[in-house]
Ligand binder design. Structure first.
Ligand code: GDP
Length: 479
């Protein structure tokens, strides 16, 4: 029998204010009801409307999910080659693309789109995704059955014959003729390279067409939730579900993503051994992209400049002895996540060789240093997931701009991180970092076309609850 984590406050709500259905078996997925207990209780409660929507979605998923009679009926419809009005169940099939952070952002976006359009979300699970997440919906499965008739899902690309944009281009779909026959399925290409026709997804009149296509397949690597707020027919529902707009991923992410017991083992062993005993946990997520190169020495400089600006890590002192009364205080725990071990090695030496000016002690902790991204490797992804969750148990965060890995940590935590700005010419950015305006992930490649006005628009400047991202100038995020 596994013990539940000890909480100072036994009023702590493991169902997260009703966000989680209580009808799961606890042992099969320990993280589901334990994870919330490792965080300070979130001040953001889910709305009762959101909770009702989720319970309703769970019923739909159970009724239409894999291996049900209605699912079989829909497979027959899919094989018939055309969409049929008034089917009992309609589906959204998610197919993986890019790193795990990107994937989690797009699963959450897909789920919200499914909820808004009464579709059932099914996940095409490639080998590298096995044993990462528990099933999120009771008495059913979200995994696409292996004998699904559409093959080569991961080969879908921009311009694929069945992509919505391509079908518009070839006049196989006509958004103005409501009586036209529609194909059995369409592919939504919402990857960072998507072009005008695929971006019409965010227009009302095209949502009206998509609503009539029984099966949609989606491949994406961007957090497109802010774009759903641009579609007039979703506006009211979204407003009721999320009265606080910056909490979308915070709620949806904690609802959907529960690490499997294997990953939960990594998380809890590490948390208990290295982090749990500190009163303050500072997460530093270090991610260097090859398109914005910088030496580790310079990036560490930038991190330390940021820490000074934000007053996070205790400064070191060049003289003076350890203050023994203060040294009895619990150490501050710093959690570093990075593909490289350089940052934690240097920080460890820094705090080993010097006292801090405050007299506090500091532990530097880094679970892995995997050298390179290996998204096709399942064990590598399990470790990445564990680290995103460990970041989400921190009290403050420094994250790297542009990184979806960091977005997941911050939004699950419910924190506005200090975002390290993009280095230029291999030099530390100046200013080194900026405080996020909201905990939401950034929609890095948003549409720029105003469907109603039929001209280009800057939604980050135009729409009240949207703003430009701190790290990605052209991006937009919910506030
Ligand atoms: P992004 O590229 O930063 O937006 O984040 P993604 O998660 O989409 O892709 C980066 C991938 O590289 C991760 O999923 C991991 O596979 C790997 N990776 C990057 N940083 C880390 C890290 O700090 N720890 C671990 N374990 N893996 C990392």
């Amino acid at each position: 029998h596994e013990e539940e984590p000890v909480t100072p406050d036994d009023q702590r709500d493991k169902f997260i204010g009703g966000l989680l259905s209580p009808s799961f078996d606890k042992e099969s997925c320990l993280s589901r009801y334990q994870s919330a207990l490792l965080r300070k209780a979130s001040p953001h409660l889910p709305s009762s409307y959101l909770i009702a929507k989720l319970r309703k979605y769970e019923e739909l998923h159970k009724r239409c999910g894999p291996y049900t009679a209605l699912y079989h009926k829909s497979i027959i419809q899919l094989n018939s080659g055309k969409s049929i009005e008034l089917m009992d169940c309609n589906y959204l099939v998610w197919s993986p693309f890019n790193g795990l952070g990107n994937r989690m952002l797009t699963i959450a976006s897909a789920f919200l789109y499914a909820v808004l359009t009464n579709r059932v979300l099914l996940i095409y699970q490639t080998e590298d995704m096995v044993d990462l997440f528990c099933e999120p919906f009771p008495d059913s499965s979200w995994i696409l059955p292996p004998n699904f008739p559409i093959k080569n899902l991961t080969k879908l690309r921009q311009g694929s014959e069945i992509s919505y944009g391509n079908m518009l281009k070839n006049k196989k779909i006509n958004s103005t003729d409501s009586s036209a026959l529609l194909p059995a399925y369409a592919y939504l290409h919402l990857e960072h390279d998507y072009q005008h026709l695929d971006r019409l997804f965010f227009c009302e009149e095209h949502q009206v067409v998509l609503q009539k296509i029984n099966w949609l397949v989606l491949q994406s690597d961007i957090y497109f939730v802010p774009g759903l707020f641009l579609v007039p027919q979703f506006e009211d529902e979204l407003g009721w579900m999320f009265p606080a707009k910056e909490t979308v991923f915070h709620h949806i992410g904690r609802y959907l993503f529960h690490p499997t017991n294997t990953v939960w083992g990594l998380i809890t062993r590490y948390h208990t051994a290295y982090l749990a005993r500190s009163d303050e946990k500072i997460g530093v997520q270090v991610r260097v992209f090859s398109r914005y190169p910088i030496t580790p020495e310079n990036y560490l400089k930038q991190i330390l400049m940021c820490s000074r600006q934000a007053n996070l890590l205790p400064e070191i002192s060049m003289n003076g002895a350890l203050n023994l009364t203060k040294s009895k205080m619990k150490p501050k725990a710093v959690l570093i996540t990075s593909l490289s071990s350089v940052y934690s090695e240097k920080l460890k030496s820094m705090y080993y060789e010097h006292n801090t000016v405050t007299g506090e002690t500091v532990t530097i902790n880094q679970p892995t240093h995997e050298s390179q991204q290996q998204t096709e490797n399942q064990y590598h992804n399990q470790k990445a997931l564990a680290e995103m969750f460990l970041l989400s148990y921190c009290d403050v965060l420094i994250t790297s701009g542009w990184s979806t890995f960091g977005y997941i940590g911050q939004a699950l935590a419910g924190l506005k991180p200090w975002i390290l700005l993009t280095p230029r010419d291999q030099k530390p950015a100046d200013p080194p970092c900026t405080r996020a305006v909201s905990m939401e992930p950034c929609f890095q490649v948003p549409p720029t076309y105003d469907c109603k006005a039929k001209k280009n628009a800057d939604f980050g400047a135009l729409v009240q609850h949207l703003t430009h991202c701190e790290d990605v100038e052209r991006g937009i995020k919910l506030v």
